[in-house]
Write a protein that binds this ligand. Structure first.
Ligand code: CUA
Length: 339
């Protein structure tokens, strides 16, 4: 799990790239608009510069035309002006309609094949697939499928930016935004954070890996092996030393947790409380709140040490424990030791 946490550093592409690769249809459509705008601007620029040069030459000091131009104008025609203004209006309203269509399209999108959650956090991208597969700084997706992204932030404002898809969404804490793309070419595409978000903003990099259907299925199967929320929670449970007190033989210091979920727990205060998700969560973050009868209040709080996701994983693990689970585990361990 941890080997994927290192920031993804993309290889430096050789040569001059004025525009990024086009990896979606939308990217191509957007580039057409972009080049049309650049082209229209170039035409207008040439007209203005050209006319300045032409008039500068024609009406230079000492030329006959310059003398004539000092006489009062007798011209009353304005058809040329009206024609120019009307042409401009039509052209730019055309650009407006074109751009608006593309803009709305980038938000609405077609019916998605799947929704992937993206959580921005200082300084990484955390990804969760529909089947529970998690990734950091990488999103694996199948080619030619409409992928919908649900993006949010855990701390400050970030911005999800994949240049090859011409896709950028500000990621604002407390809000949930959506984006979509349909990649047309298998490959790896860079993912940037495009909003300054602290010291390591520049390292908040990732990649989108677009795979053939077959490769994607194979990848998904590999990921699915055992990394459920509960098994991730189990790893955390051991890594944070919870198992040292709560597991197996050492029940003198802390209550055993197998079969805890849904059970009634007698408290030191004489109350009885139902061990639901909130109780498990409280016990991790504010262990002094409910002391189980017969135990000392010696458990440290884990508030601030666990992310929201880790808490969810550990709670899921504890919920999954059936009565007697840990006896089986310790038997397995003992067999391992004696071998
Ligand atoms: Cu996150 Cu910049």
């Amino acid at each position: 799990m941890n080997d994927e946490v290192a920031p993804y550093l993309p290889e430096v592409e050789k040569g001059l790239h004025l525009i990024p690769t086009q990896a979606t249809e939308h990217a191509g459509q957007l580039d057409h608009l972009y080049f049309a705008l650049v082209g229209a601007s170039a035409i207008i620029l040439l007209m203005v510069v050209g006319l300045i040069a032409f008039f500068g030459f024609r009406y230079r000091a000492g030329n006959k035309a310059a003398d004539r131009s000092n006489l009062p104008s007798t011209r009353t025609e304005n058809r040329v002006e009206i024609a120019v203004l009307a042409a401009m209006l039509v052209a730019f309203m055309g650009f407006f309609a074109w751009a608006t269509t593309l803009y709305l399209d980038s938000y609405r999108g077609p019916e998605p094949a799947m929704t992937i959650d993206v959580i921005g956090k200082q300084w990484m991208w955390k990804i969760q697939h529909p089947d529970g597969t998690r990734e950091i700084n990488a999103i694996h997706v199948p080619v030619d499928e409409v992928i919908r992204l649900r993006v949010t932030s855990q701390d400050v404002i970030h911005s999800f930016f994949v240049p090859a898809f011409r896709l950028k969404r500000d990621v604002v804490p407390g809000t949930e935004k959506t984006a979509w793309f349909k990649a047309t070419e298998p490959g790896e595409y860079r993912l940037f954070c495009a909003e300054y978000c602290g010291s390591f903003h520049s390292r908040m990099l990732g990649k989108v890996v677009v795979m053939d259907r077959g490769d994607y299925q194979a990848w998904l199967t590999r990921q699915g092996s055992g990394q459920t929320l509960a098994s991730a929670g189990k790893q955390l449970f051991q890594a944070h030393g919870c198992s040292g007190c709560h597991m197996g033989k050492s029940n003198a210091r802390a209550p055993s947790l197998d079969g805890l979920y849904g059970r009634s727990v007698a408290l030191d205060s004489g109350e009885v409380i139902l061990a639901d998700e909130a109780y498990i969560r409280d016990s991790i973050l504010q262990p002094d709140k409910h002391i189980a009868a017969g135990y000392e209040p010696i458990m440290p709080s884990f508030a601030g040490q666990l992310s929201e996701e880790d808490i969810l994983r550990i709670v899921t693990y504890i919920k999954s424990l059936q009565p007697g689970d840990w006896v089986k585990e310790s038997v397995k361990e003992n067999e391992g030791e004696s071998r």
